[in-house]
Write a protein that binds this ligand. Structure first.
Ligand code: ADP
Ligand code: MG
Length: 262
């Protein structure tokens, strides 16, 4: 299997008034095509910086980022992004918001096909009937569902999510985890998820990458050896509990290296 994402020896420092702030230090990450990588690490360790590097919004001081066999040196249209607070255009309907990327990327689809694709995705995430609503008429969870559709409507090579479920209440969040898994069964895409929720990381991830404290390097990689057909119940089983303990320990180690608490 080829690696869709290859991060090799990435090292980066921000230039600040107080001098350089090293954030990433010889970071190495590989994500095979179709895999879901969850990334956890202490607050402020460089996780969001990592998403900017993978999407080509920033160039690292040293090291290389490869996507689908091509070196990333500038922003990519073949990357889908989702954030904690979905940015929706209020004057557009939900359907029109989901259609946005297809207006920017040449998808080879005609207008009818584009709309069909967007409607299909909205139905898959449970938003059938809400196509013509405005974003403000939807709950936070529903907006996040719509933003997921928008992030993958143009079939990006990779979906990068930076704490997308962080602002949602627990039950809504767990519903979205299940939706995410159902979606990937029908629409296989490669995924990088930044999260601070360890349960989320093993429920969604094929691998969990633990970053050290700042400057971040890959401290530990956990292979999530759980069945593909997961329901939330699996989180209460001994195997999952063992993984959660291991990750908790790893986070403690990562926090100790830096000691910074946000
Ligand atoms: P995380 O997402 O893991 O919380 P970030 O990648 O957002 O961490 O940030 C890592 C560190 O870099 C933090 O200390 C943050 O304050 C700093 N930082 C982030 N962006 C910038 C920037 N544009 N300029 C200077 N410092 C930054
Ligand atoms: Mg962040």
């Amino acid at each position: 299997m080829t690696n869709l994402i290859e991060i090799k020896g990435v090292t980066h420092a921000y230039r600040t008034k107080a001098g350089p702030l090293p954030v990433l230090d010889d970071l190495n990450i590989s994500v095979p095509e179709g895999e879901f990588a969850a990334v956890v690490g202490p607050s402020g360790c460089g996780k969001s910086t990592l998403t900017r590097l993978v999407s080509g919004l920033m160039k690292p001081d040293r090291g290389e980022v490869w996507l689908h066999g091509e070196r990333v040196t500038s922003p990519r249209k073949t990357v889908g992004m989702a954030f904690q607070n979905p940015v929706m255009l209020e004057w557009r309907t939900i359907l029109q918001n989901v259609l946005l990327p297809l207006e920017i990327v040449d998808s080879g689809l005609n207008r009818m096909e584009r709309e069909g694709r967007a409607r299909h995705l909205l139905e898959m995430v449970g938003l059938k009937g809400f196509e013509n609503k405005r974003p403000s008429e939807l709950s936070g969870g529903m907006r996040q569902r719509a933003s997921l559709c928008r992030a993958i409507v143009h079939r990006p090579d990779v979906l990068i999510m930076d704490e997308p479920f962080g602002a949602l209440d627990n039950f809504t969040r767990e519903d979205l985890w299940q939706t995410m898994r159902d979606l990937r069964k029908k629409e296989p895409f490669t995924c990088v998820l930044i999260t601070h929720d360890l349960r989320e990381s093993i429920f969604l991830g094929d691998q969990v990458i633990v970053l050290s404290g700042r400057p971040a390097h890959t401290q530990h990689v956990l292979d999530v050896d759980l069945p593909d057909d997961r329901t939330l119940d699996i989180l209460y089983e001994p195997k999952a509990q063992e993984m959660l303990h291991l990750l908790r320990d790893q986070i403690r180690i990562a926090q100790g290296r830096d000691g910074e608490v946000h």
